[in-house]
Design a protein around this ligand. Structure first.
Ligand SMILES: Cc1cc2nc3c(=O)[nH]c(=O)nc-3n(C[C@H](O)[C@H](O)[C@H](O)COP(=O)(O)OP(=O)(O)OC[C@H]3O[C@@H](n4cnc5c(N)ncnc54)[C@H](O)[C@@H]3O)c2cc1C
Length: 702
């Protein structure tokens, strides 16, 4: 049988996962000849990161945003574990195995709001601590059953409210452990009932939880702050509502997908109202109670975590209820090991570079600086041509994209292979000229040297389309007239700009008065609602100067507005990201760093690390911010009603065109690394003719 020539377009996680799984077959060399076309100098797309190569900047990591993996990312971890094993990094390498490269996180804080004595709104973190679960992510692929997720949801009452001691660590109330004991009793009770969780028992269960929670709260009320009791009751109410809604909407029979037409908050309001009417006899206004529930911290933070606002506007919440519920239940109730994992390195270093190295070793060919411009449909439902813009040529031989970053304290023969934040100009023809022109190879409007046309049957047999939906509107503009479902997909899928900020400090967290070292928070003020202390990355950068940064913080969020269409719009978005970052810090910095002084960015600028030691009013310039605003960078959402418009790997309508990426229909259907990796597993199988669903693609009902 002739080898199939596969042209892979784009090198994000979806495409890399497809290629990884195609080439993980023992006989792949006899079956496939694979070439991947990637714009610019690096792989990774929305997960790409780069090292700052300027003198004195310590190879610092520059990300597109703040990235966490969930402990339920079984496909991602299984792929990476295998990738690291086959790479065979030497003993003593800083990121030798996948478990050296990732660290588990067991807690996250929801930034609840409160009023202080002056009546000002202040943030009051609500810590949710998850007990580690047995096993490691990637040891299996089956998601928990819907029934098991319902049982875990009930356990959430204890998880979400059993963290009182932590939440109160500044002023622990002297309650003699009463509340914790009471919470354990609630948990024990609901678990006993939940052992046999059938539809008809759930209403009894909801009533039991209500009665028990109310009496516990009443007893606890004297001993502990009302805030803690409020949180417990709110969690109970949310759990009741989700259980009620899942029963009412037949999730136990039909899974989560049918709920996708509802917006999550609307769904919570509707079922919250029913629960309040039926069970909350002491609630005078059930409608108001349901509204408060829809705006409670857990629900609100779920939006921030997935940039779940239409057009990036916090006034327009937009999560399809089915996809949201499945995603959050798998996150909170379906993890192995730890609930979250953070990376010891940039996402490019920890996830993308090892995949590139392994795939190159296997014999996959990479054509960097190749921007796909157009797919041309031909007769008989096939793509007959791919137009590729040649952005740059190498001076000699294939482009070598990675640099070795030597880390202090690690063996000199075990450097960390990383992506630079800009091309390696000296490998390119006219590299210095291109550098001087400041050409942005990741922007669709940057010039190309020439356009090549790849022809079906001559240059390729099959196409793996790994370019994201924002950019496909341009690249696949000829497809909707032939296959209208492409237009339906373009119209339905929501995209949002995102904003990211990274700060390096001259002071330790302790000196800055930071109460959350090593922690991650979500639900803070817009637009930089997610924050993480990333000081552990100091060991993965190469600061040498005597004075060096002592801590690092990352922020991320969504940003209003459409994709930029030209360089001026992209620049305006970047400038806006700087303005928004400064004003956010001015208003909010004191919540995170109590001892960072004051200034026109909310902290004393002298605490910021600046390798060029600029004057105080310019030290912010040494920090890193960005607006992700090119069409390809736009984050893919799951707006209500959009699910049915997603296309599965083999549903392009063209016999030689297979689809992958977080925007495809892949079972998770969300803007998440795991969704992209799952799409790649599905795509690889579709190419070898297996269209059956993969384990986590379907809801396992019982
Ligand atoms: C700010 C931010 C934070 C995030 N945080 C998290 C997180 O914490 N956890 C998580 O799980 N997920 C997170 N995500 C989502 C995750 O990054 C994406 O789901 C994932 O990267 C999508 O992979 P993909 O392969 O579908 O697309 P992409 O990553 O967009 O990859 C597409 C690839 O195609 C290339 N390309 C585009 N146009 C062309 C062209 N014309 N020609 C050739 N190549 C082209 C791109 O350069 C890129 O290599 C975050 C996303 C953003 C934006």
């Amino acid at each position: 049988m002739a080898r199939q020539r596969i042209a892979v377009l784009g090198g994000g996680l979806g495409a890399l996962s497809t290629v990884f799984h195609l080439t993980d077959q023992p006989d792949w060399v006899a079956r496939y000849d694979i070439t991947l076309y990637q714009q610019g100098w690096r792989l990774g797309g929305k997960c790409a990161s780069g090292r700052d190569l300027r003198d004195g900047y310590g190879h610092r990591i520059l990300e597109h945003g703040l990235h966490l993996f969930g402990g339920f990312y079984n496909y991602s971890f299984a792929m990476l574990r295998r990738c690291y094993e086959t790479l065979g990094r030497p003993q003593g390498h800083p990121n030798r195995t996948v478990w050296d490269a990732f660290t588990g996180l067991d807690a996250i804080a929801l930034m609840d709001r409160d009023k202080n004595a002056n009546g000002d709104t202040v943030f009051d973190p609500w810590w949710i601590n998850f007990e580690p679960a047995p096993g490691l992510p990637g040891e299996g692929f089956e998601p928990p059953t819907v029934t098991a997720m319902m049982q875990s949801l009930i356990r959430m009452v204890g998880v979400a409210t059993g963290t009182v001691a932590h939440h109160q660590h500044h002023a622990k109330p002297d309650d003699g452990g009463f509340l914790e004991q009471a919470l354990q009793m609630v948990e024990g009770l609901v678990l006993r009932i939940a052992d046999d969780i059938a539809d008809d028992l759930i209403r009894d269960l909801i009533a039991h939880i209500e009665a028990y929670a109310t009496s516990t709260a009443a007893k606890a009320g004297d001993a502990v702050p009302s805030k803690t009791v409020d949180r417990m009751l709110m969690t109970v109410y949310l759990v009741q509502t989700v259980l009620w809604g899942m029963v009412e909407d037949d999730v136990l029979d039909n899974g989560f997908d049918p709920l996708d037409r509802y917006e999550l908050k609307d769904w919570i309001r509707r079922h919250g109202l029913e629960v309040a009417k039926h069970y909350k006899r002491d609630v005078p206004d059930p409608k108001a109670a349901a509204e408060a529930l829809a705006n409670s911290p857990i629900v609100r933070c779920s939006y921030d975590y997935v940039f779940g606002y239409k057009d990036g506007d916090p006034g327009q919440p937009g999560q399809g209820a089915g996809t949201a519920l499945r995603g959050f239940l798998r996150l909170a109730a379906g993890f192995r090991g730890h609930v979250f994992y953070t990376m010891r390195g940039g996402m490019g270093d920890v996830v993308i570079a090892p995949l590139y190295q392994e795939l190159a070793r296997r014999g996959v060919k990479f054509e960097f600086f190749s921007r796909v411009e157009r797919l041309r449909p031909g007769e008989g439902d096939v793509i007959e041509a791919i137009e590729v813009g040649v952005q740059a040529r190498t001076a000699s031989g294939p482009y070598q994209p990675l640099i070795d970053v030597p880390l202090a304290g690690w063996p000199a023969d075990a450097p960390l292979p990383c992506w630079p934040a800009q091309p390696q100009w000296d490998q390119l023809e006219d590299g210095q000229k291109l550098k001087a022109e400041g050409i942005d190879f990741e922007a669709p409007w940057s010039p190309v040297l020439e356009t090549r046309t790849l022809l079906a049957g001559q240059d390729f047999d099959q196409i793996v389309l790994g370019i994201p939906v924002g950019e496909l509107k341009r690249v696949c503009a000829d497809l909707p007239p032939v296959k209208p479902k492409w237009q339906a997909m373009f119209d339905a899928l929501g995209l949002t700009r995102t904003i990211a900020l990274q700060l390096w400090f001259r002071r330790t967290n302790e000196d800055l008065g930071c109460d959350y070292p090593g922690r991650t928070l979500t639900g803070a003020a817009q637009p930089l609602s997610c924050w993480a202390d990333m000081s552990h990355l100091l060991s993965r950068e190469t600061w040498k100067a005597q004075e060096r940064p002592q801590s690092i913080a990352y922020f991320c969020g969504q940003m209003r507005g459409p994709a930029a269409q030209d360089a001026a719009e992209a620049q305006a978005a970047t400038d806006l990201a700087a303005t928004l970052s400064r004003s956010w810090l001015m208003a909010e910095a004191a919540t995170l760093w109590r001892a960072a002084g004051a200034g026109d960015i909310g902290i004393d600028p002298a605490v910021l690390y600046d390798p060029e030691d600029r004057a105080p009013d310019r030290r912010f310039e040494a920090q890193y911010w960005r607006a992700n605003t090119t069409p390809s960078e736009m984050y893919v959402q799951y707006l209500p009603g959009s699910l049915k418009a997603r296309l599965r790997a083999q549903e392009s309508g063209f016999g030689n065109l297979f689809l992958c990426g977080d925007w495809t229909r892949n079972g998770l259907n969300a803007g998440a690394a795991e969704s992209a990796v799952m799409s790649g597993v599905i795509c690889a199988r579709a190419i070898w003719g297996d269209h059956s669903p993969i384990a986590a693609e379907v809801d396992v009902l019982a």
